[in-house]
Ligand binder design. Structure first.
Ligand SMILES: [Zn+2]
Length: 400
């Protein structure tokens, strides 16, 4: 069809419509649609809103339909009046990056096609990738066996963030706008000096970034101690199969933790009342029966067998049973990779799976397992590594 014939056909059609128009007794004027937001050509980098008004001059409004990129938008049932203002959320993640179009249609009466009006608009969604702007490591001086707080400050939307130190990974959790916090541990046996620290994060589009940092480790100030053991007690410690089996069970258990913070913010409670610390965390021990170890907990002694032992914080009981080395043993999951462990109890007062409150009695102090006398061996684990439990009692940790 030539250009001229198209035009002439349009002309004919136009003429015919005019004729029909004139034949109608009363013409229903189309509604007036005003698109307010987004602005024409606007670039959205975060969620926005489609807002528009519809005015029906004669109070007749049959239907409004909205399409975003040709897909009809579920439109809330509204009582259509002469004038209406409408809002529809625009979620940038659902829309995706690129150019998008909006088309609003309004019909005054379904009997007359000429009573329809429409308005359209184009806008663009841009989602810049998230970036890690700053990583704050606390405390300023990191010593062996100490909890480490990592605050990652991001620009843009982050979906998940994970860290890795000393071959163990840990999660970051959002604490406030743009800031994600992780509790990690400086390994007791970490080599003093520069150690690797990796932060991996994904944005809302699952775009993944890996960044390398350095964690400077300072040597802990740990005393040495020689322990005289009877051959039968010392023999048990040298049964490496038993020791390793118990350690592996505990290590496996502390990998599976509650993703929520179960403990209440603030310092942890001392697990016993009275007594004194008979052996601190990190002490380098040698045994009269041979071998040696570094003490990975804090011992509370100077207390009679049967002294109540309390949960240091709110948590869920992961273990509540007897081990060869640890004796009657309770392990509490406080969430987000933080655990406390209670060894050598004379009696266990809780069961596995139970939630306990801070200060709730979980058992009594004893000397079951491998112990030279009644005492509580109290441990803390963070990102699976043993950390000095006294730091939790002194300062506490919080994601709030
Ligand atoms: Zn101990």
């Amino acid at each position: 069809m030539s250009r001229r014939s198209v035009l002439s056909r349009l002309g004919v059609t136009f003429g015919l419509s005019c004729f029909l128009f004139a034949a109608c007794q009363h013409e229903i004027p189309p509604p007036e649609i005003t698109l307010v937001t987004p602005l024409e050509g606007e670039v959205l980098t975060r969620d926005g809103e489609l807002t528009f008004t519809v005015l029906a001059p004669e109070g007749m409004l049959h239907e409004i339909t909205v399409r975003v990129d040709e897909y009809p938008v579920r439109f809330p049932a509204v009582e259509l009046k002469r004038f209406g203002r409408f809002r529809i959320p625009l979620a940038v993640l659902e829309l995706g990056e690129g150019e998008h179009g909006i088309l609003v249609n309004a019909v005054a009466t379904e009997d007359d096609a000429r009573s329809a009006a429409s308005a359209g608009r184009l806008f663009t969604v841009e989602l810049p990738p998230a970036t890690l702007e700053n990583l704050v490591i606390s405390p300023e001086m990191i010593h062996q066996g100490q909890p480490v707080i990592l605050d990652a400050y991001f620009e843009g939307t982050v979906a998940s963030a994970e860290g890795e130190m000393f071959d163990r990974s840990f999660n970051f959790y959002p604490v406030e706008s743009g800031c994600w916090r992780a509790f990690a541990a400086c390994r007791l046996f970490a080599v003093p000096g520069a150690n690797g620290l990796t932060v991996t994060y994904t944005d809302a589009y699952e775009r993944r970034e890996v960044e390398e940092f350095v964690l400077t480790v300072h040597e802990g100030d740990f005393a040495s101690y020689h322990i005289v053991l009877s051959p039968s007690v010392g023999g048990k410690l040298l049964e490496t199969e038993t020791t390793e089996r118990e350690s592996a069970m505990v290590k496996d258990a502390v990998k599976k933790y509650s993703p929520e913070q179960l403990w209440e913010s603030g310092p942890f409670r001392r697990p016993v009342e009275g007594g004194n610390i008979t052996s601190p965390f990190g002490e380098k021990r040698t045994f009269s029966t041979g071998g040696g170890e570094s003490h990975i907990g804090t011992d509370f002694g100077g207390l009679p067998e049967g002294t109540p032992v309390y949960a240091a914080a709110r948590g869920r009981v992961v273990f509540a049973h007897e081990f060869v080395i640890r004796g009657n043993f309770v392990c509490l999951d406080h969430g987000r990779g933080l655990f406390t462990l209670y060894n050598h109890l004379s009696e266990i007062a809780v069961s596995e799976g139970e939630m306990v409150e801070a200060g709730q009695r979980i058992g009594n102090l004893g000397q079951t397992g491998v112990a030279t006398g009644p005492h509580l061996h109290f441990e803390a684990r963070l990102a699976t590594w043993a950390v000095d439990p006294m730091t939790l009692l002194a300062e506490g940790l919080s994601f709030e």
